[in-house]
Write a protein that binds this ligand. Sequence first.
Ligand SMILES: Cc1cc2nc3c(=O)[nH]c(=O)nc-3n(C[C@H](O)[C@H](O)[C@H](O)COP(=O)(O)O)c2cc1C
Length: 271
Amino acid sequence: MRFDRPVMNASGCGGTGRELGDLGVLDAMGAFVTRSITLDPRTGSPAPRIAETPSGLVHAVGLQNPGLEQFLIRELPWLASRRTRTYVSVAGSSLGEYADLGRRLGRAPGITGIEVNVSVPDGPAMGLFDTREPFQAARALAAVRGGLPPGLPVFAKLGPDSLRIVETARAVAEAGADGVVLVNAAPALMPDGSPGGLSGPAIRPLSLRCVHDVHRELPELTIIGAGGILDTDDARAFLAAGASAVQIGTALLHDPTTAARIAADLQGDPA
Ligand SMILES: Cc1cc2nc3c(=O)[nH]c(=O)nc-3n(C[C@H](O)[C@H](O)[C@H](O)COP(=O)(O)O)c2cc1C
């Protein structure tokens, strides 16, 4: 898969788009990725949800989102009316829920692709389907894929488990993924002892290793790289390691124009 503008936001770091739209940076990215949408609304975790670390942050948002129904009624039409290329990230509490999400999003207009989040840190403790084993991640992916029209791209978002990343990428590819997003936040601990995810530059070398290894073993598989990308040189390192596009997460929380600036810089690079 080729991306004309190979830069997007990472899921959860741009809400459902309006915030980035208000700042005028939505259209400058190649595509927008929604926060993970679940079938039912989720109010998320109590504050504090974010703690700074020496090289990034630990977060525990708890997958706050309006639920599929409200997303389809309120958020997606807004994105579609602006002709935003939109990837919808989904997470489910059961295989049936993943299938339902796929079926209903597959009928909705204005979607460029689906990102299946099979790597929520501490997902099972949050009531999500347990996708820690590669074959379970593959089942979740297949459940979503089954409801989508042929030709609508579906990506699996994997965690930074560098020891099993190739095995998991292979499993989801065999289950019908057009590509993988590497990687989600790493399981970590908030200062108050509650579970969270570590993002930002601290995980960049881990993420790069995942991209490198998956590209080496599965060179035909499309990879979108994410994890600690702060500037254009970081993005170029991911593209050189085998990614076809990159996502920017934590950096957007410091400076929401980061992804747009990287996209503009990369336009000048030779193809
Ligand atoms: C505040 C916050 C919320 C996030 N929410 C989601 C989410 O809803 N779904 C998801 O797949 N990833 C989520 N992530 C993970 C990011 O999409 C990304 O994979 C990870 O943070 C690594 O990229 P980064 O270092 O550029 O932030 C979230 C990250 C942060 C910092």
